[in-house]
Design a protein around this ligand. Sequence first.
Ligand code: F0G
Length: 466
Amino acid sequence: MPDRIIEPFRIKVVEPIRMTGPAERLRALEAAGYNVFKLPAADVLIDLLTDSGTGAMSSEQWAAVMRGDESYAGSQSWYRFEAAVKGIFGFKHVIPTHQGRAAERILFSTVCRPGHVVPSNGHFDTTRANIEITGAEARDLPAPQGLVASEPHPFKGNMDVEALRALIDELGPERIPLCMLTVTNNTGGGQPVSMANIRQVSQVCREAGIPLYIDACRFAENAYFIKLREEGYQDTPVREIAREMFSYADGCTMSAKKDGLANIGGFLATNDDALAEQEETLLILTEGFPTYGGMAGRDLDAIAVGLEEVLHEDYLQYRIEVSRYLGEHLTRIGIPIMQPPGGHAVYIDAAAFLPHVPPLQLPGQSLVAELYLAGGIRAVEVGTVMFGHPDPETGEEVPARMELVRLAIPRRVYTKSQIDYVIDTAEEVWARRERIGGFRIVEQKPVLRHFAARFEPLYPLGQEVP
Ligand code: F0G
């Protein structure tokens, strides 16, 4: 049997996508204030904006949708969902929410106060915003190897355990209501966290009496990387690896839009009885009754099946192969990417792609605009647009630690020839990189500015467009 890794599914339903011309794309970009979050999806050919909620459900999941029980209280869908979640994650209480950030909001508004600090290997943007809105501080403590984009390392998502110890010594555990670990670390390049690191972080937290929560969005991809890369796990089923990961934690937040293989949904889980009670009160106020939270019965059922399917190893092998293939081909062209490719995405190092564009001229934003213009590909900036902020003392803009552009791969959606098209488009942009300049922000909001900001190019963007 050939050892080529292929899509482990066949296609039953197709959804047409529309090819546009460059002049049309330039007009669409201008109308969107050069912010791809504002583009109509119908004007996008290959949508790599996110892997969140954009996956294709399986025939078994669609069958489960039909089984959905829409009873307000105690629906059969709820019991199936709860059993699937407990079977994998092992926590005592499961609180269903409409997506990941609702779980974050309920968790942080229950435990965080002004003066608190919440450390993480890398907070995602909504996680950070949900912490900061309580008056607490979100602090990233990535391990040093995670910050050098070009240097491969098997576990670039790890947390800096020494920095965590130092933070606890400095502030005292009273000011740290919980510690988070994001698996895989999305903001750090979709990179995995090793079991050894989870174990060490857990030990430091337990010694200090600080609860550890895992942001579990991409737990199956992380578990599979552990199987591939960490000594001693080659023969362990990923399901058992996942169980072990969560055994070191006191709870988790989950966006089922990623490794739940669903289009919507999420949950919060905890072993803490008193906390669960407070969280359920908040859940009823803002999400829904505790046996459905923010979801319909059919969503609960789709997730219950998705959580099982995501642990199939032929699926995970294919999933990781797609980003590896994309990453390897971009590297072959010479395009600098975060090495090695992440689980759900390939991150282009925009600072190295456009070294002549300084961080405050938003090189990632330029690259995102150029990829859309060249081929109708929608990517997302994960750099100074997303994470830059004014210095609280001087008011001057502080750039992000890295200027990345994420090509996020929806689950089970695009074929290999479509990935090849992405590679060809990126190659075209690479060939004319010296003629690409920067951008500036002309309009922005104080929180999560990347969603709504409007930009202006500082160079004649699209001058080669007929
Ligand atoms: N945590 C991580 C690590 C995430 O990547 C996301 C979402 C969330 C939490 C929030 O979950 O969207 O269900 O509310 N990430 C998406 C992305 C939006 O594009 O990476 P949500």
